[in-house]
Design a protein around this ligand. Sequence first.
Ligand code: FEO
Length: 396
Amino acid sequence: MSFNIKNNVHWVGKIDWELERFHGYEYSTHRGSSYNSYLIKEDKTALIDTVWGPYKKEFVENLAKETDLGKIDYVIANHAEPDHSGALPELMRHIPDTPIYCTKNGLKSFKGQYHQDWNFNVVKTGDTLSLGNKDLVFVEMPMLHWPDSMLCYLTGDSLLFSNDAFGHHFASELMYTDLVDQAELYAECIKYYANILTPFSPMVTKKIKEVLSLNLPLDMICPSHGMIWRDHPEQIIEQYLKWADNYQENQITIIYDTMWNGTRKVAESIAKGIREADKEVAVKLYHLEKRDKNDVITEIFKSKAVIVGSPTVNRGILTSVAAILEMIKGLKFKKKKGAAFGCYGWSGESTKIISDSLEASGFEMADDVLKVNWNPDDGSIEKCMAYGKEFAENLA
Ligand code: FEO
């Protein structure tokens, strides 16, 4: 499959309908994904990015139907992560001397991964590459989302090839954001931002402002995953600026794991108490073992407060709770409130472990944790509701 985007620019990537897990098993993709590669056939021919390794032969065979491989003058490697560079070794087998344009960090990454001495050409922000009547302009995008990331802009056609930025894991043959279900598109975009870009939000804001200050005309944004933004492409830029600015909705998320349903009952009682105090706030509960962790992270991203619960086991916490706390630590959420709860039979360390972890991750914690000895009785349930009520009142 390939298609024309505009004038001499063609999509030559791969839609991955089967993808369920990304970054190993770390990121779930409920709607597949695509690896977008773009072929520009001006006086000079340039290929922007490739696809993931398992599709390398299919990619190169399809590419050869679009152009004589020997006629590719330049390979632009915006990002070295294997979902975009995995087919490079197969492609370079056919065109070993073709120059590859990447950032300085890209060079380190390509060499580290593929151990090849290809014809690398390091570019930096502001460098241009002439394709004849049009140029490619390069902009380094460090930490959006890897140190090596960059984007490039095609003058004349006003196309921004943004690589991972503004992407989404979403497979569709429609290939344009204005043609797909908008709710599904939004869900995938916010999940992608929450799980991948959150820790780099300050850099997102800075880099977007830098690119906007160039006042470049913008016809489309062509990311390396998902659909192309052609209808008001600035909409996703504006959305990124909102998400990067410590985004919050009026939502409190309660996440927990439970062994014999005691901690579940505590969670549900806290939710009831919150509801008593605030009829408008969205309260969402997730049993971590039963829910997709990346979907839960998206809900945390949207929340103004997060309440985390685990029973005590082996003087610690349940592993699903430990895993999400580790993810929360890495994602560096800002300006969120937190609280901890859990049932215990004997020693009862879980709430301190959770509270310490959230505090170390930058959460502003409630003054007290909520510990319930054994399975909650009616008196404990009342206390849990009161805890939720007070927590919500203190948020107001
Ligand atoms: Fe950072 Fe789509 O790879």
